[in-house]
Design a protein. Structure first.
Length: 149
């Protein structure tokens, strides 16, 4: 069973920002505890803000860089960390389309008849992954039809 990550580049970029914001939140709480800040409570406020940003980027990472694989004639998608699960039987795929995502490049969408959304972050959206040689080879393991642009 071959698995791919829908967007490895986004996984790397978002992981960097998530780790950075988490580290800043830890530093901010440390400054507050050890008294390096002049205003009381500003370290706690910075901790909360950067922890929130870290959690937001973690949520975004889970949705934007999901794992896609094929199992028993069904294409499956799961969030990189947890949740965001969707299944699509190969027989229900009507067409495969390449769609440009702003600032992210071309993505391959597996379009079935049950839904009508190209938004990659919604749970009921189409299963998609970045268009590159490795992912197109994965697509060709189960799809021999035409790929629309």
């Amino acid at each position: 069973m071959k698995k791919i990550i829908s967007s490895s580049l986004l996984a790397l970029i978002i992981s960097f920002w998530c780790i950075l914001f988490f580290a800043i939140s830890i530093i901010a709480i440390g400054f507050e505890i050890f008294g390096f800040v002049e205003e009381k409570g500003s370290g706690y406020l910075a901790f909360c803000v950067f922890l929130f940003l870290s959690c937001f980027f973690l949520w975004f990472l889970n949705r934007s860089a999901c794992v896609v694989w094929i199992e028993d004639g069904v294409v499956k998608r799961k969030g990189l960390i947890c949740g965001f699960y969707k299944e699509c039987p190969i027989e229900s795929i009507g067409k495969v389309k390449i769609q440009y995502a702003w600032r992210e490049g071309d993505f391959v969408y597996l379009i079935d008849s049950s839904i009508h959304k190209f938004d990659r972050l919604r749970k009921d959206s189409y299963i998609c992954f970045r268009k590159n040689k490795r992912n197109l080879a994965f697509l060709r393991t189960f799809w021999s039809g035409e790929i629309e642009k």
